[in-house]
Write a protein that binds this ligand. Structure first.
Ligand code: FAD
Length: 398
């Protein structure tokens, strides 16, 4: 990980209530380096890659050099750091590009998180350092063509024990990073006990194929794939040893849902900051449009949504560090902040008038990308039902 700070940390004007005061100097220093990298190396190329629906593979090395993949894990982290800080990393990434934030969310949260939560100490020691260094890219395969929101019960991919091996058969859909991942965590129902188990599947294993989903109109930089598993044979040593049911899969999702909520704040800030800058420059009726009351109204609605959402994600991350965060806490943050993000990117788009739908001005990308963040890692409806069950004591999923 880089030790020198390339830029000093400057406060984000969009952090209206100054939540960054909760970060340590060391955390701010890492964020300053990350922000500098994103502004200089990523921002200049994202619109072009978005248009071509291509992933800029060189950022894997860049982000690994900054230590971004190493930060959360006991086995690899260079210093103790807080969940608020790690959420802020997701915010900074999404502020520049939500696809890049999603790439990191899959690598760090879903793939490495599965190994951290479900792996044995030996599996964690074997895989996490190699993923933290960027040597290996991971993906997370839960969703299937016929099972999205109901993945707790509806998985059709089957794992059958055969001596010291497991044989996987089935298919997966929407799997991020999977067109180029070195390994994919595959969640499958055991033919023996009917429980969901997780497997570290090297993507070179015979019978494994991943095909890119073309023509997405949101998060175009993220490479999502349809996966077919046709008699994929993996040894017992690649079964996540401490993942014994969907409850363990849900533990991974709880952590990543909160980070998607942070990314939603970052994506909102990216759109808002572009709109604010535009409003200061664009002149109509003899003055900058920022000086028109109705434009200020749109901008203030944006900063209001951002500030409310930031307060929520800060608290939900503090609860994680305090050992108090439950599924419904992460679900409420994800459902609420992504809904506010959808409003915010629409207001920002409106501020730009016609230019709000042109890629060059960035807002159109943030606007389109909001749709995928709104739906993945549990739709608003699913997260609402998780919170609804918690507050009423009544499950209303089926
Ligand atoms: P469905 O489950 O078919 O739902 C369709 C609609 O019905 C939704 O509005 C939903 O809320 C609603 N609905 C369903 N059931 C109910 C109910 N009981 N009550 C009320 N409403 C209901 N998955 C992975 O495993 N790995 C990944 O890396 C990954 N990356 C993704 C990246 C992108 C860009 C996208 C779009 C998806 C990704 N997903 C991934 C899948 C994602 O998690 C699912 O799309 C999501 O869970 C919703 O499932 P679905 O699309 O099948 O929708």
């Amino acid at each position: 990980m880089s030790t020198s700070t390339l830029t000093s940390f400057t406060s984000l004007a969009s952090d209206f209530y100054g939540y960054e005061d909760l970060l340590t100097d060391r955390e701010k220093s890492v964020l300053a380096d990350l922000r500098h990298y994103l502004e200089t190396e990523v921002k200049p190329i994202v619109n072009d890659h978005w248009a071509r629906a291509e992933f800029p593979t060189r950022i894997v090395e860049g982000l690994a050099d900054l230590g971004i993949f190493a930060l959360p894990w006991e086995e690899t982290r260079p210093f103790e750091n807080s969940a608020v800080f790690r959420g802020w990393v997701a915010l900074e990434l999404a502020r520049v590009d939500a696809s890049v934030a999603t790439f990191v969310g899959v690598q760090n949260g879903l793939a490495m998180g599965s190994i951290s939560v479900g792996g044995s100490p030996e599996q964690r020691a074997e895989w996490l350092p190699r993923m933290a260094s960027g040597e290996l890219v991971g993906a997370f395969g839960l969703t299937e063509p016929l099972s999205g929101s109901d993945s707790a019960q509806g998985l059709r991919t089957v794992a059958t024990r055969d001596g010291d091996d497991w044989v996987l058969n089935g298919s997966k859909r929407w799997i991020g990073n999977a067109t180029f991942s070195d390994l994919t965590i595959i969640w499958a129902k055991s033919a023996e006990d009917g429980q969901v188990k997780g497997f570290i599947v090297p993507t070179s294993t015979p019978g494994y194929t991943a095909t890119k989903i073309e023509d997405k109109q949101s998060l175009r930089i993220v490479q999502n794939a349809d996966i077919v598993l046709d008699g994929v044979r993996v040894p017992e040593s690649l079964r996540l040893q401490q993942a014994n049911s969907f409850r363990d899969t849900a533990s991974v999702l709880r952590l990543t849902r909160a980070e998607v909520a942070w990314a939603a704040v970052g994506n909102s800030i990216g759109a808002y900051e572009a709109a604010l800058a535009y409003a200061g420059e664009r002149v109509q009726f003899g003055k900058p449009i920022a000086a028109h009351q109705l434009v200020q109204d749109l901008l203030v609605k944006c900063i209001g949504n951002i500030t409310a959402s930031l307060g929520m994600v800060v608290r939900v991350s503090q609860m994680l560090d305090d050992g108090k965060q439950r599924d419904e806490h992460a679900s409420l943050a994800k459902a609420y902040t992504t809904a506010r993000m959808r409003e915010t990117v629409a207001h920002a788009r409106e501020v730009l008038g016609g230019n709000g739908i042109v890629l060059d001005y960035d807002v159109a990308r943030h606007f389109a990308d909001a749709e995928a963040l709104y739906s993945y890692e549990g739709t608003r409806e699913m997260n609402t039902l998780i919170v609804g069950r918690s507050i009423t004591g009544q499950a209303a999923f089926v």
